[in-house]
Ligand binder design. Structure first.
Ligand code: FE2
Length: 301
C-alpha cells in the first residue's frame, strides 16, 4: 500500500482554456502561475498548484495528483503497485515546480500522479475574486462507487470517514474529513470540486462577489451533516459544480478515531458512520435548487 498524504491538484480537459482561465482568475480567485499554448496552471494565492487546464474536446477531469511522504521511493512504490496488478510509469518535468511523478490509472479511468517534491509557484500573489485557501476535495460519480472506494483505501491508504447509506463515500488521507468522494452514478464523471475558505465571513464575501459577477449560487449557504462543512455551490465556465466551504470536520488523531468535537455535532463523539440521506445532507440551510441537480444521473446530495 502507498500512503497518500495530501491532495495536490487536478487536471481538467476543456474545449475553452481561455474561458476557464477567466473564471478561475476573476471569479474564484486563483493565480495564473504558468501558461503554455494548450495548458494553464492555476495556483492558490499561497502559490500551491490547484488546477491544471489542458485543451481537449470535452470538459472532464483526467488526472489527480497526490503528495506522498518525502521518504517514499519511486521504484519501491512502482513495485507495490505492480503487486496490485497496476502498471505505473515515472515521468519528469510534466508539472511546474514538481520535478517527478509516478503515474498510473485508478479503477474508474482517472490518471493518478504521485509526487514527493514540489515548489511554491510564487508567493503573496495579488488575487481577484474569492481567493480560496486550498483545493480541498474532489467528488466523482461512478457506477462502481464501492469498488473505487475499496481501491483508494487498499492502494492509496485512504480511510473511510463516512458513508451516506451505500451510495456515497467520504474518504480522508489526512486530518480533513474528506479529500475524495465517490457517489453512485450511471456513468463515470465529475460530481464537484471544492475549495476551502477561511471562515464564514470569507464565505459571505464569496457570496457577495458571486452576486457582483452574476454567478448563481445553486445551493447554500448551509451546513452539511456528513463532514459538517458550511457550503455554497456554483457552476464554473464549463458548467462543472464548484463548492466553497469552511469548518469541515477534522480528525487530528487517527488513533483516537473521532472527529474533533464541535458544538454542531449530534453524536458524542463524532465517529465515522453510515448516515441516512436526510441527516447527511443538511444540519441547516435551504434545499438544493433544481440547477444543482441539472445533468445529474446520481442520487441527490
Ligand atoms: Fe463537497
Amino acid at each position: 500500500m502507498i500512503q497518500v498524504r495530501r491532495l495536490g491538484h487536478a487536471t481538467f480537459e476543456t474545449p475553452d482554456v481561455e474561458k476557464q482561465i477567466d473564471y478561475y482568475t476573476q471569479v474564484l480567485g486563483l493565480v495564473l502561475a504558468a501558461r503554455e499554448k494548450d495548458r494553464a496552471f492555476l495556483a492558490t494565492k499561497t502559490g500551491q498548484l490547484a488546477i491544471t487546464l489542458q485543451r481537449g474536446e470535452a470538459a472532464r477531469c483526467t488526472k489527480l495528483a497526490f503528495e506522498v511522504s518525502p521518504k517514499e521511493n519511486f521504484a519501491d512504490m512502482a513495485k507495490r503497485l505492480a503487486g496490485e496488478g497496476i502498471r505505473s510509469e515515472s515521468k519528469s518535468d510534466a508539472i511546474p515546480g514538481t520535478p517527478k511523478v509516478l503515474a498510473f490509472e485508478d479503477n474508474k479511468g482517472t490518471t493518478i500522479e504521485l509526487f514527493t517534491e514540489w515548489g511554491f509557484l510564487g508567493r503573496d500573489q495579488a488575487i481577484m475574486g474569492v481567493g480560496p485557501l486550498k483545493f480541498g476535495h474532489i467528488a466523482f460519480a461512478c457506477p462502481n462507487q464501492k469498488e473505487v472506494t475499496d481501491f483508494y483505501c487498499r492502494v492509496l491508504g485512504f480511510r473511510v470517514s463516512d458513508w451516506i447509506e451505500d451510495f456515497f463515500s467520504f474518504l480522508r488521507c489526512g486530518p480533513d474529513h474528506h479529500t475524495v468522494n465517490f457517489i453512485r452514478g450511471n456513468s463515470t464523471k465529475l460530481h464537484h470540486i471544492a475549495f476551502e475558505l477561511k471562515d464564514f465571513a470569507h464565505l459571505q464575501s464569496a457570496c457577495e462577489w458571486f452576486g457582483r459577477k452574476n454567478v448563481t449560487i445553486i445551493w447554500g449557504p448551509g451546513r452539511h451533516g456528513a463532514g459538517h462543512n458550511i457550503f455554497i455551490y456554483h457552476r464554473n465556465a464549463d458548467d462543472q459544480i464548484v463548492e466553497c466551504y469552511t469548518e469541515l470536520d477534522t480528525m487530528s488523531d487517527e488513533e483516537l478515531g473521532y472527529f474533533d468535537p464541535k458544538p454542531w455535532h449530534v453524536d458524542q463523539p463524532q465517529r465515522p458512520k453510515v448516515w441516512d440521506r436526510k441527516a447527511a445532507t443538511l444540519v441547516w440551510g435551504p434545499p438544493p435548487t433544481p440547477d444543482y441537480f441539472r445533468g445529474r444521473d446520481a442520487p441527490s446530495f
